[in-house]
Design a protein around this ligand. Sequence first.
Ligand SMILES: Cc1cc2nc3c(=O)[nH]c(=O)nc-3n(C[C@H](O)[C@H](O)[C@H](O)COP(=O)(O)OP(=O)(O)OC[C@H]3O[C@@H](n4cnc5c(N)ncnc54)[C@H](O)[C@@H]3O)c2cc1C
Length: 313
Amino acid sequence: MAKGHCLVVGAGVSGLSSGIRLLEDGWDVTIWSSDFSPNTTSDIAAALWYPFLSAPVERTGAWGSNTYNIFKELARQKDTGVSMTQTYEYFRSSPSNPPWKDFVDDFKRTSENLPSGYIESFSFVTPIIEMPIYLEWLMKRYESLGGKSKKKTISSFDAIRPSFEIIINCTGLNSGELLEDEEVYPVRGQIIRVKAPLTEMYLDQQIENLAYIVPRSKDVVLGGVAQQGSWSLEQNTEDHDFILNKCASIIPELKDAEIIEDLVGLRPGRTEVRLEKEERGGVDLIHNYGHGGSGVTLSWGCADEVVELANGR
Ligand SMILES: Cc1cc2nc3c(=O)[nH]c(=O)nc-3n(C[C@H](O)[C@H](O)[C@H](O)COP(=O)(O)OP(=O)(O)OC[C@H]3O[C@@H](n4cnc5c(N)ncnc54)[C@H](O)[C@@H]3O)c2cc1C
């Protein structure tokens, strides 16, 4: 017999991962969502495992390392869209070691073979998660465990009838409006999909120079920008040129790469990820939103904590 009936609101990476973990734990789960893949912010993510624009470090560290290990397992399976990838992160001034240094594979520092203007690099192996493939895999896994889903938009968490023991809020950036949470803000991103024969990943994760070159099975994703407070979903030519120039300064051949398309998404920024339980009208409401630029990176760690909260721990 199921532990109880749980409603997850939202079908991005947070909602699907939470739904899967709850089903595996013996809950009956239904997802309501205004949109599903390919129409979520999660679809736009590049996506690489890398803690970026998310807080607090005391919690994101554990969520991130848990998620890294799950992605390592998923990379060994077929059709998940996850692959472990040799990565180089470049720096213009000498960096301190990252908090995640000891749990990623093959972490090294080097000052050799650097693009012009850089003085040091980290080399490590990290997952690339090809989101259109991965979200489809997540949905299939969710359904194979008996998860139900419905296209439905909620206007308030108070308006949901109490036929569910627990509600999980995974509405991403929309949580700001739904909960009048003033700590939520958009961080606009734009990416360019190109064709290029690359197999390794190259990064500059400093906000002022932000550049990422993410090789996937049929394209390479180039980024990026992180424009805090911008709600614009329009593609911007200035951003396109800015991104292309930054990436070409790392891999010059990208200057002439065939462009497939530009995509824009709004990262769900928040002062801190909100992962906690509150009681509303006799129902437990568990929030799992505000992951900034790390929603994929933290997804399984957060989903496991959702289950702990659902079980009253
Ligand atoms: C350009 C770009 C690059 C990125 N790159 C990376 C990366 O490399 N690595 C990484 O970890 N992260 C990356 N991110 C961040 C990542 O995309 C987000 O943190 C993550 O997608 C958030 O997932 P989510 O499921 O919480 O929200 P979303 O994907 O936004 O999903 C929210 C869901 O809630 C539903 N919803 C919203 N309101 C309602 C409502 N009222 N009623 C019902 N349903 C509702 C939506 O339809 C949707 O299904 C990137 C983001 C961008 C924009």
